[in-house]
Design a protein. Structure first.
Length: 183
């Protein structure tokens, strides 16, 4: 009986530290194709429509879906400043941005809480050079469907969803997903 309680406690703690959730997610349909790699096993195929938005990032730059035309793969990382797993993966995402930015990856950080100014201390601390902004336009609608942070969507430049990943990852896991999705 004691072993069962310890196991239950361990599983609860593991779930708590994997992602910061707002509420329990609804049941998710199984993708039509079975993933072949461990990175794909943690991702889900999605089918949302195209995305339209314009926003100011934390450094005052204008960001919009029109910027996507110059890239092969768009990575929208929805996160919150109060979420430890989100903050823990920021250096991993920065390295991903540095490694794959010139290879066609556009990484965008979308805040689900507060204002972009709230992220400035973290941007400075981790030397983040990719755009971080609060959700506007269609991204605001999409952020309401995010059940846990961090949640990341990979899209085509036209806004077609490719993969959804819930939870934080290390650089190697992100790189594996990006390598598979970049043309």
């Amino acid at each position: 009986m004691m072993k069962r309680h310890i196991l239950l406690l361990f599983l609860c703690l593991l779930l708590l530290f994997t992602a910061c959730g707002k509420k329990a997610p609804p049941p998710v349909a199984t993708p039509t194709e079975q993933p072949e790699t461990s990175a794909q096993a943690t991702a889900q195929l999605t089918d949302k429509p195209t995305v339209a938005f314009t926003a100011q990032d934390a450094l005052g730059n204008t960001v919009s879906q029109e910027d996507w035309a110059d890239y092969s793969l768009i990575m929208l990382n929805f996160w919150a400043t109060w979420c430890p797993p989100c903050i823990r993966e920021l250096p991993e995402l920065q390295l991903l941005h540095e490694t794959y930015g010139e290879k066609g990856l556009l990484l965008l950080g979308v805040l689900t809480d507060g204002k972009t100014e709230d992220a400035l201390p973290l941007i400075e601390e981790f030397g983040l050079s990719y755009s971080i902004f609060t959700a506007e336009g269609d991204l605001k609608v999409r952020s309401r469907s995010v059940q846990a942070v961090p949640t990341t969507f990979f899209l085509t430049p036209s806004g077609e969803d490719l993969v959804k990943v819930v939870g934080s990852r290390d650089y190697e896991s992100w790189a594996e997903i990006v390598e598979e999705l970049l043309p």
